[in-house]
Design a protein around this ligand. Structure first.
Ligand SMILES: Nc1nc2c(ncn2[C@@H]2O[C@H](COP(=O)(O)OP(=O)(O)OP(=O)(O)O)[C@@H](O)[C@H]2O)c(=O)[nH]1
Ligand SMILES: [K+]
Ligand SMILES: [Mg+2]
Length: 399
């Protein structure tokens, strides 16, 4: 029997099993069995380089966004509108057959947007180009799930299930469970609070299923069995997802209103160019990029060319900022001067661990270099960083 058939069989058994206290342990075990099989399914077939074969596109810019959706929801139309790169759009399904990259220029940053073939139910098991599409979406920083506003709401659930089946977790934080395998000592199970979903016995059974007999487990929140399995598997990817409802031009206003009120959702129309600006703003916000402007000593900051950091990838500390400029810079840094929303004073003297925020201005003061300025510039407490940037762009200070 193949892996997919075994998954189907266990799913059928779970559907047959009534959920109650007595079956809780058995159901937990079945969940772990499915998770193990799905992980096996994700392993690339022997002799291939990976599941994304034929779809490799070089990463470019400060972040990557994937367009995921059923066929003909308007993904290619949207890529063409947002990036100016043409991607064939047509009224028939599966118009797009590979990965088409485009670039969005936004807030002085470049974001790579990827158009992909439509996926369908069963994509996670390899239907259509599902596996390749999903591999590409895993390589991106956020996902735009494009949906047809005139079609069933069920599409969103189906796609979410497909993405979850391959280990993607949308708009969810990693579970607060500490888990560490050990060589000896048996299993130590602890929690910092009352647990309502998982008890010691259930945890033991799940670990047993994974043939783990020595480990430390600490629940820091009232997590579920699924959360525990996610932590043991350790290969989950936590990503932000924006639900983009396209084609609102063919839907009544009441339905549009309902869709627009859902969390992490936005309604648009490519045909009428409706709400595309707000989509970009939402996407930018979800990416959590932090632009930091470098100010060389005695010179104006370069406001056109920020160093772009991200809390999710690489971090946003002064040290991360220095590493971005040059690997060997950190050891020469005495301290830095920071202007902007992360600074309490204008400027603030900061060390390497200081966390920078979007639109901060940083001047590096190196060891054996004397600070000769910093006083009297950017000093207004009432001016926000964005406005500083604007002012500086319009009327650069003479230095
Ligand atoms: N009414 C309406 N139609 C749209 C809108 N956006 C796109 N379409 C149409 O929807 C059809 C499918 O658009 P595509 O951009 O090819 O969709 P896709 O998601 O890329 O499709 P596949 O590549 O086949 O998966 C085309 O006929 C578009 O003209 C919209 O905002 N409103
Ligand atoms: K199409
Ligand atoms: Mg397309």
């Amino acid at each position: 029997m193949g892996i997919i058939e075994r998954i189907k069989e266990i799913e059928a058994e779970m559907a047959r099993t009534q959920k109650n206290k007595a079956t809780e342990y058995h159901l937990g075990q079945l969940k772990a069995k499915i998770a193990k099989l799905r992980t096996q399914l994700l392993e690339p077939p022997k002799g291939s380089s990976g599941a994304g074969e034929g779809f490799e596109v070089t990463k470019y810019g400060h972040g990557r966004v994937a367009l995921i959706g059923f066929p003909s929801v308007g993904k290619s139309t949207l890529l063409t509108m947002l990036t100016g790169t043409h991607s064939e759009a047509a009224s028939y399904e599966f118009t797009t057959l590979t990965c088409i990259p485009g670039i969005i220029h936004y807030n002085d940053t470049k974001i790579q947007l990827l158009d992909l073939p439509g996926i369908i139910e069963g994509a996670s098991e390899g239907k259509g180009r599902g596996r390749q599409v999903i591999a590409v979406s895993k390589s991106s920083d956020i996902v735009l799930m494009v949906l047809d506003a005139s079609k069933s709401e069920g599409h969103r659930q189906i796609l979410t299930k497909e993405l979850e089946a391959v280990g993607l977790r949308l708009n969810k934080k990693p579970p607060q469970i500490y888990f560490k395998k050990k060589k000896t000592g048996g299993i130590s199970f602890n929690s910092t609070m009352q647990l309502t979903h998982v008890d010691e016995k259930l945890c033991y059974q799940i670990l047993h299923e994974y043939k783990i007999h020595n480990a430390e487990v600490l629940f820091r929140e009232d997590a579920t069995v699924d959360d525990l399995i996610d932590v043991i598997e350790g290969n989950r990817k936590y990503m932000k997802c924006i639900y983009v409802y396209n084609k609102i031009d063919v839907v009544g206003i009441d339905d549009v209103d309902k869709l627009a009120r859902q969390p992490n959702s936005i309604v648009i129309s490519c045909n009428l160019k409706l709400n595309l600006d707000r989509l970009l703003a939402k996407m930018w916000e979800a990416m959590g990029l932090v632009r930091v402007y470098t100010k060389p000593q005695g010179q104006q900051p370069d406001f056109g060319d920020p160093v772009v950091l991200s809390a999710d990838r690489g971090g946003c500390t002064v040290e991360d900022f220095c590493n971005h400029i040059h690997r060997s810079l950190v050891k020469d840094v005495k301290y830095v001067l920071v202007w902007g929303s992360s600074a309490r004073h204008y400027p603030q003297h900061c060390g390497l661990s200081h966390v920078l925020q979007d639109e901060d201005v940083v001047q590096i003061v190196k060891k054996k270099e004397r600070e000769s300025e910093g006083r009297g510039r950017f000093k207004s407490h009432t001016t926000g960083p964005a406005r500083i940037a604007d002012r500086e762009k319009k009327a650069p200070l003479k230095t």
